[in-house]
Structures are given as structure tokens and as C-alpha cells.
Design a protein around this ligand. Sequence first.
Ligand code: KG4
Ligand code: ZN
Length: 367
Amino acid sequence: MTESDRSASTIAAASGPVLGIETSCDETSAAVVLDGRVLAARVATQIPLHQRFGGVVPEVAARSHLLTILPTVEATLRDAGLRGPELGGVAVTHRPGLIGALLVGVQTAKALALAWQRPLIGVDHIAAHIWACHLQPTDAGVDWQPPKPPFAALAVSGGHTSLYRVDGPDAFTLLGRTLDDAAGEAFDKVGKLIGLSYPAGPVVDRLAAVGNAQRFAIAKGMTGRTDGAYSFSGVKTAMRLQWQTLQAAGEPTEHDRADLCAALQATIVEQLTRVTLQSMRRAGLRTLVVAGGVAANSGLRAALTAACRREGLRLVAVPPVWCGDNGAMVAVLGETLLRAGHRDDPHELDALPTGEARRLSLTATGS
Ligand code: KG4
Ligand code: ZN
């Protein structure tokens, strides 16, 4: 037993609701979860602050987190009717993300855990997105069950596009990832190019619903590979060329924009669906979880639903409300890890901007 294990284990075992804190990017969020049920959740979004820059400005994000984190935590506890010392533990995203932004959440969580004498757990942001599949949907029937490991999990966000085999809350094996841009990044960059506001993903989703996906011919990506890799730089270039052609012919219309969005979304969704199912077949996995900001995309949800039905697979799509960054996903993963006996020393937990997640075994099996 290390020094840090010893000091952490002097704090009582976790039972009771867990507070989750998430500040890795542009949402200051907190939530309280008990047995996978969300008792309270707050998100103080920074999107309007960053919109005029067309993307997240790290220093602005960190300063804003600093101003809003304590009021957000206080409001969440008030909503849940709880005081800090009544919690079973405090969970916080400590990696990966913007370092200044992460530090605010981590330092706050450490201080609160020490002040309240509650156990602390640092969680990985991508693992938390995936573990949001354990949050009970509000419309869950009595026999709703979270997916049982092993299952496949597609994490699609602004920073990540990766498929994992999940064997437990601390056992993730990488089956495939993007070679270049993340899917959300492709949505955001193409959206910015054609004049949509940040973040463009939800706007593309809305416009795609009224656009004609057939008008612009965009080649399918990664058809020749069978190693589980994704790639979205090709679709980005194809969209730029189409946009330049439209501009050369005059001022592009709303109609043009909607058709481009429909083509962009169809191309990204087709590749995500095809490559994911191919990898699942190879790995012999029968359940798919889809999580992360892009998992809210209506086209992706529809395509995965149809493909999984066709192949007799179970699809667990994280409810749209928990797809973007939120405290509930952090709390539910924290709850699982704390109950399994994991702890972090509040004097030692670090914020880490990148790198392999400490509790993920990222073994690439594609070749
Ligand atoms: O998970 P998230 O909130 O933050 C990261 O961890 O990156 O994901 C944000 C990403 C952004 O790229 C945003 O444009 C995208 O998710 N997104 C969407 C949709 N809603 C959010 N992309 C496509 N369709 C959507 N409905
Ligand atoms: Zn995220």
C-alpha cells in the first residue's frame, strides 16, 4: 500500500450520492447521482463567451470556470437537498482536456473532498462520456438495465472519435480511432467555413434535416481499410472544394448550406456506422454504446438504430441530454469506481491535459 493509498483509505467508504464535477472544456457542470439516477444537475455553458471567436479560447474558459464553479456546485447541492458532508464522494474529470480548465475542477474537488472529509476520485473524460450509458433514462421502464460488459463503445465528440471494447469501469481496450480529425471537429470546422455559429454540430444536424444529401457527391471515407480506423479530413477537403465552387458561382444560399450540411452529415454518419459495425463483428461484440457530443446527432442515432436492428445487436445510445459535457456522467462513473474501492489522494490528484488515461488500458488491436 502506498502512502497515498493509506491516507486516502482513512476516509470512510463511499455510500450515498456522488457529486460529479466537469470543467475540461467549455461547460462548467456539476451533478449528483445515486444508483445511476440523476438527483440534480446544472450546466453553466460558456458557449456564448466563445462564439465570437469561432471556437474555445482556453484562457477565457479557465477564467469563466473559476467564476462559476462554486455557485454551480452550491446550486446543484441545493437542488438535490443535500449538504456536502452527506455525500458518498466527490468525482472530478482530471483528464484529458484544457489544462487551465481542468485545474479549476480538480482543485475545487480536492478542496471540497478535504473540507467535507469525503472520498475523492479523478475520472477520465472519455470514460465518463461512455459510462453515461449507466445513467437511467427518465423514461426507463421497470426492466431497464445498463449494458453489461463486454460491450463496444463509440466515443464521438469534439476532440475524440474512438471505439473501445469495455470490460468494466476501469478496463477499456482501444479497437479503433480517427487518424486525423474527430467527427465533432469535422462538423465544427466545415460549419465554420460555411458561416455557421460555434459549435456547428447541432446547427448542421438541424439544416441537414431539410437539405438534399444527394446533391453533392462526396466520396465515402476509409472504404479500403479493415483495421478499425476512422478519418474525416477527406470529407472536410471535399466540402471546402464544393463550397469554393459555389462561391465562385455567386453568393451561396441557405438552400446550398442545407444541402452541404446534409451531405456532410450523411458522409460522417455512413463512415461511423460502417467502420463501427465492422470492428464489432471482428471483435465478436453484440452491444454498442454510443456517447459524446456527436452522439446527439439525429442522423447518427437513426443510422446506428437501423444497422443494429438489421444485425440483431443491442444499441444503447446515451440520452441526448447527457451526450454533451455534463457532471452526471462524471458522477455515475465516480459512483461505480468509488463503490469498487477506488480512491485518489486529495493531496496528489493531478490535472493532465493529454496522454493515456490512467485507468484505461489503451491497447490498439487494429493493425
Ligand atoms: O462531448 P462534447 O460536448 O465535448 C467534447 O468532449 O469535445 O462534444 C462537443 C462536440 C462539438 O464538436 C459539437 O459540434 C458536437 O459535439 N455536437 C454535435 C451535435 N451536438 C453536439 N455534432 C453533430 N450533431 C449534433 N446534434
Ligand atoms: Zn466531452
